[in-house]
Design a protein around this ligand. Structure first.
Ligand code: R7I
Ligand code: MG
Ligand code: MG
Length: 314
């Protein structure tokens, strides 16, 4: 009986992480690039944020591609994942310039692990595009941090070859895994132990201080960032999860920080969904999320398939 309850909870966390990505993304989408002051002026500094359009952006579209490919191969296949991301790409969903360039090169025949290498002066992108789509990797490998890191890096390689872009994706994936495992109290120390770059370690240490102080948004933005670089957004999402005790407050406060709102919203939503499960997502938000060809029902289905692969292997 207990085992059954545990399984149901785990399943709900898988669904929560993927739907949480889409919800945070769709909530933040109309405000991407706004300053925090503008968001607060238009939407207020507390209370419910309204989900206006219900359409998700490139963050969720790519997360779906990552999940589809992992499900299809019951694991990582670089060529297939790259093909899937390219096939799914709808430019109207607002892709980052580096990712767009990588997809063009892939379309022209470049290898999946080489297409993005020459971008941004040769070191590749450190944008948050690999981290924002990483939730399925965090779910599938939640019990194996070595494999989780490996697949986080490889899946990033398709568009983001800069080590800070890859590390941001691995950090976000591990935060999702820890949330899934209910390791919230140990999250910061575990992440510090896991992450390999001083820049991220420093941000995690700042996070501890900001959490203790109950920092205001100006300070959070100055210390952690709210931009499109992975190191200016992944820590901010993790912080937003740890700061509050419920899905809605964490995601809404992440978006009120302004900047890369859809992406910080998506990443906060993924961690919160992995911790609280899909039932914690406000039903008004869920009701408004798009449900067309690859909408909310499809996303929930992908999460269930990932859940079955993960549990079948144990
Ligand atoms: O990372 P990416 O896919 O962008 C994701 C963002 C999210 O906010 C989505 O919602 C969507 O709107 O786009 O695309 P990239 O172009 O690889 O990276 C995003 C931005 O980060 C770039 O346009 C640059 O401004 C910056 N950036 C860099 N700047 C200098 N040097 C990324 N890498 C570098 C770099 O190496
Ligand atoms: Mg986006
Ligand atoms: Mg964005």
């Amino acid at each position: 009986m207990l085992a059954e309850r545990k399984r149901a909870a785990l399943r709900s966390k898988f669904i929560g992480a993927l739907l949480g990505t889409a919800i945070g993304d769709a909530l933040g989408a109309p405000l991407e690039g706004w300053s925090s002051a503008r968001v607060v002026k238009v939407y207020g500094d507390a209370g419910r944020l309204e989900l206006v359009g219900g359409r998700y952006t490139d963050d969720t579209e790519q997360m779906i591609g990552v999940a589809e490919s992992l499900v299809r191969h019951a694991g990582f296949d670089g060529a297939d994942m790259a093909r899937t991301l390219v096939r799914n790409m709808n430019p109207k969903r607002g892709y980052g310039p580096g990712s767009r360039a990588a997809f063009e090169r892939l379309r022209a025949g470049a290898r999946w692990d080489e297409a993005a290498q020459g971008l941004f002066g040769g070191r590749g992108s450190y944008g948050n595009g690999a981290a924002m789509r990483i939730a399925p990797v965090g779910l599938l490998y939640y019990a194996d941090r070595k494999k989780l890191r490996e697949v986080a890096y490889c899946s990033s390689q398709i568009t983001h070859t800069h080590e800070l872009g890859k590390e941001g994706a691995a950090l976000q994936a591990f935060a999702i895994a820890l949330a899934l495992r209910d390791e919230r109290d140990e999250m910061l120390s575990q992440l510090e132990d896991f992450v390999q770059h001083e820049l991220y370690k420093e941000k995690l240490r700042r996070m501890e201080r900001l959490l203790r102080a109950g920092a205001r948004s100006g300070e959070i933005i100055a210390e952690l960032g709210n931009g499109m670089a992975a190191f200016d957004s992944v820590p901010t999402a993790i912080y937003s999860f740890l700061r509050y005790e419920d899905f809605e407050r964490s995601v809404a406060s992440a978006i009120r920080l302004g900047g890369d709102t859809d992406t910080i919203g998506a990443m906060t939503g993924a961690i919160c969904g992995a911790y609280y499960g899909d039932q914690a997502i406000p039903s008004e938000w869920l009701a408004r999320l798009e449900d067309e060809e690859k909408g909310k029902r499809y996303i929930a289905q992908l999460a269930e398939e990932l859940y079955y692969i993960t549990t079948a292997e144990q």
